[in-house]
Design a protein around this ligand. Structure first.
Ligand code: NDP
Length: 481
């Protein structure tokens, strides 16, 4: 299958005619090709987006809202095809794509279809003198660049608010997982989405992605991905004063106090460690357990993790699929070796797994639990982003806070305790943007989403995203003597 760019409402081949192989992680085999686009393709997309902006920016929130609903409906109509494509392209279990990825992509469009009709701005009244009101206008052409771990989920999470706010978009999915973005362009075609409003350019980050970031007519970049890529993007965009929203890496602590609801904690911790093969920026990869329950937790947790056997993502009963690429598998496994060098003991997993049958050459890793490491070693400081967690005991709140806050990251934290005052204290002192207490990954799309420190700049979600994708302009009207 040959994927094409979607520019100005048409499917077009890359200008240079070059393509890149796209692999199925579960088999390690090439199954499609995607355009290896560069700045010439981006220039065409910018031209189309510039023309389309004239109408899209003024057609009114209600009209844009209706179009977003149509996009949601278009995905819903082809739900099974989207879920199968996401599972095949990424290696994630089909059940996860059906339960999380595709429903959430639909919700993203539905949410912003509604949110834009409720978005308002401020007025500031000055007695006997003037009234100020703030106009919120779309920025123009914006760039949306997303990663491979939750492909359509994160792609739509950026595109939906950008479009709702009246911008025209140039979007690039990860080159490793392009398929559902391509299917979204098919939906645009099917519903006759206004041409040039959403343009999808496929290709390498360093080529097509960078061309989007560098283009002078692209006014803002919304990026989700690795911290070093975020640095690179900021170094190009910041000197020309583009607006930037950066959602970057994480190394989230999962802090378990002895007074927690043990069974619920155990069940959720298996999820928060290994869902999507640990490739969710919100997974808790450093598990700190209060000493009185450490040994019990270790035994029970390892017992449960042993039951997580990677298997063909296409089977409905599969809970653990393949990791996304051969190079990512090598990277994750190299961290297991590093952990051993640093004195860690692998309690379960730690190796490449080869299922039988069609997936024998796929990129699978047995879910891995490691103990015996310092909270400050490289394994516990650097992002691994795979099915590998460490467990460590602690004695006091102060001690665990110093461990939790010790990395350069600050995206999310998970906290297990039934002690109300302690949960408040901890929530105040944890350095991160999102905290889940006695739960994980409950998402209300109205809430601010993002990290601190090297986990990013800015917030997505709710009206925060609509504020990011609009420019406030204050109008002051004098009415005094
Ligand atoms: P990358 O940073 O490698 O890539 C993300 C996107 O940026 C891809 O589309 C990539 O293209 C593109 N890209 C790469 N280089 C450039 C460049 N120089 N200019 C413009 N675009 C570029 O991240 P991954 O795809 O590997 O995703 C995993 C990372 O994402 C992890 O660090 C994870 O923590 C983070 N993440 C953060 C989330 C958050 O909300 N904070 C949520 C999910 C993931 P290509 O793939 O084609 O190279």
């Amino acid at each position: 299958m040959l994927i094409q760019n979607y520019i100005n409402g048409a499917f077009v081949a890359p200008v240079r005619g070059m393509y890149i192989d796209n692999f199925e992680p579960a088999t390690g085999e090439v199954y499609s090709q995607i355009p290896d686009s560069d700045e010439e393709d981006v220039a065409l997309a910018v031209e189309a987006a510039e023309t389309a902006f004239a109408e899209w920016s003024v057609c009114g929130a209600e009209t844009r809202s209706l179009w977003l609903e149509k996009l949601a409906e278009g995905i819903r109509k082809h739900f099974d095809m989207f879920a199968e494509a996401e599972s095949k392209d990424n290696g994630k279990p089909i059940s996860l794509a059906q339960r999380v990825d595709i429903p959430r992509a639909i919700s993203n469009f539905e949410f912003y279809a509604k949110a834009i009709t409720q978005f308002s701005s401020n007025a500031h009244y000055m007695e006997n003198k003037a009234i100020n009101y703030t106009l919120r206008q779309p920025l123009g052409i914006v760039g949306c660049i997303s990663p491979w771990n939750l492909p359509l989920y994160l792609f739509s999470w950026k595109i939906a608010p950008a479009l709702a706010a009246g911008n025209t978009v140039i979007a690039k999915p990860s080159e490793i997982t392009p398929m559902t973005a391509y299917l979204l362009s098919k939906v645009c075609d099917e519903i006759s989405f206004p041409k040039g409003v959403l343009n999808i350019v496929h290709g390498l980050g360093t080529n097509a992605g960078q061309a989007i970031v560098a283009h002078p007519k692209v006014k803002a970049i919304s990026f989700t991905g690795g911290t070093s890529t975020g640095e690179k993007i900021a170094s190009i965009a910041a000197p020309v004063f583009k607006k930037l929203s950066l959602e970057l890496g994480g190394k989230n602590p999962n802090i378990i106090f002895a007074d927690c609801d043990y069974e619920k904690m155990l069940q959720t911790t298996v999820q928060s460690s290994f869902a999507n093969q640990g490739q969710i920026c919100l997974c808790g990869s450093r598990i700190f357990v209060e000493r009185p329950i450490y040994e019990k937790f270790k035994k029970d947790f390892v017992e449960r993790v042993k039951q997580l056997i990677p298997a063909d993502p296409n089977k409905k009963e599969t809970k653990i699929g393949a990791v996304v690429s051969a190079s990512h598998m090598e990277k994750v496994l190299s961290y297991v070796e590093l952990a051993k060098e640093e004195g860690g003991v692998v309690l379960v997993g730690g190796y490449r797994y080869n299922p039988e049958g069609r997936c024998a050459n796929g990129w699978f890793i047995a879910p891995t639990v490691i103990e015996g490491l310092s909270a400050f070693c490289r394994t516990n400081q650097e992002e691994i982003f795979g099915p590998v967690v460490t467990i460590m005991p602690f004695d006091t709140e102060e001690e665990v806070l110093s461990y939790a806050n010790s990395t350069k990251y600050g995206l999310a934290a998970i906290l297990w305790t039934n002690h109300l005052a302690r949960s408040q204290r901890m929530a105040q002192h944890l350095h991160c943007g999102i905290i889940w207490v006695n739960c994980w990954l409950i998402r209300d799309l109205r809430t601010p989403f993002g990290g601190v420190k090297s986990s990013g700049v800015g917030r997505e979600g709710g009206f925060d995203a609509l504020e990011f994708f609009t420019e406030p302009k204050n109008v002051c009207i004098y009415y005094g003597e």
